[in-house]
Design a binder for this molecule. Structure first.
Ligand code: GRG
Length: 298
């Protein structure tokens, strides 16, 4: 990763973490246990990729206000909610996430379900936060909230998770696996970019470029996630390795082999970057984030 991107990501993570701390209810607020549960998972760290993509797309599309931070955090809340529910015994039944015991291991299943539910509500509050200084174009927040609502429903996360837990990709078709990943992972990543563009008032050609970049980035990201499940270091990743194999899941790594999967990811990342060609130098953070997704080890 270039020193320039390292600095960019560090600065954005600090801003996102500070904003998340601010928008989450304090632990002392009744009922305390649910607020402890929410803060436990959200403030456990993580790469903050989705909110950073909102901010980067917003800036690439010409936005310059700090007001983007609150809606951007809405995307992180949805993402963390999906992780909490994904880890439940009725789903993937995982014990570790972001380097600590999973939410249900600490707070119990009921509280983990409720923390996720509360985080969706809070995410939409963030997306629809009162725009006191007309930072965003009229109607943009509504369009962004609608895009997020769509992305988490049956055409996106929920649909992808249904295909994932049903192991639909057992049919051995790469297209089925691509469809599962495009929904389960790609939808939220793509929508993060779309939200940034919408909130900056981007025109349709920029929005289309962000969508195409998002599709390639989302698939590339999930393929590397599959590879890391085989080759990664659990301490560095903060979650278990080899869980896909243990559950007999068909993944890009099992379907194409580790090297084949890396090559497939590279193709998607190249396609993602080429979508940005006409945007010129201003799109450098998105280009470098795409390269980072390919190199990442956690
Ligand atoms: C409707 C939000 C919602 C969820 C219900 C449980 C579920 C349906 C979907 C699960 C989706 C899921 C967990 C997909 C995996 C995506 C993925 C690769 C997550 C890892 O993301 P990272 O590496 O994690 O960005 P950090 O911890 O760094 O944020």
């Amino acid at each position: 990763m270039s020193p320039q991107l390292q600095k960019y990501l560090r600065e954005k993570r600090v801003q996102v973490d500070r904003t998340l701390d601010h928008v989450l209810p304090p632990e002392e607020q009744e009922p305390c246990v649910i607020h402890r549960s929410m803060r436990y998972s959200v403030l456990a760290g993580g790469k903050r990729l989705r909110p950073i993509l909102v901010i980067a797309a917003y800036q690439v599309a010409g936005g310059s206000r700090d007001a983007i931070l609150v809606p951007a955090c809405g995307l992180e809340l949805i993402h963390t909610y999906s992780l909490i529910h994904d880890d439940l015994p009725c789903m993937d039944d995982d014990d570790y996430r972001r380097g600590r015991p999973t939410n249900h291991k600490v707070f119990g299943e009921a509280m983990a379900v409720l923390a996720g539910d509360a985080m969706t509500a809070l995410a939409f509050e963030c997306l629809l936060t009162e725009d006191q200084e007309d930072c965003f174009p009229a109607g943009a927040q509504l369009r962004a909230a609608r895009a997020v609502a769509r992305a988490i429903g049956t055409v996106g996360l929920v649909g992808g998770q249904v295909m994932d837990i049903s192991n639909d990709a057992r049919d051995g078709r790469k297209e089925t696996l691509e469809e599962t990943c495009a929904r389960k992972t790609g939808a939220l990543i793509g929508t993060s970019l779309e939200c940034g563009g919408l909130l900056a008032g981007a025109d349709s050609s920029v929005l289309e470029a962000l969508r195409r970049y998002g599709r390639g980035l989302g698939l590339g990201f999930q393929i590397i996630d599959d590879v890391l499940n085989v080759t990664g270091d659990p301490r560095q990743m903060g979650k278990a390795a080899h869980s896909d194999q243990a559950r007999d899941m068909v993944t890009f790594a099992s379907l194409l082999g580790v090297e084949g999967a890396r090559e497939e990811a590279q193709r998607w990342i190249e396609d993602a970057k080429s979508a940005l060609d006409f945007l010129g130098e201003v799109a450098w953070p998105l280009r470098e984030i795409a390269d980072y997704v390919l190199e990442r080890e956690s």
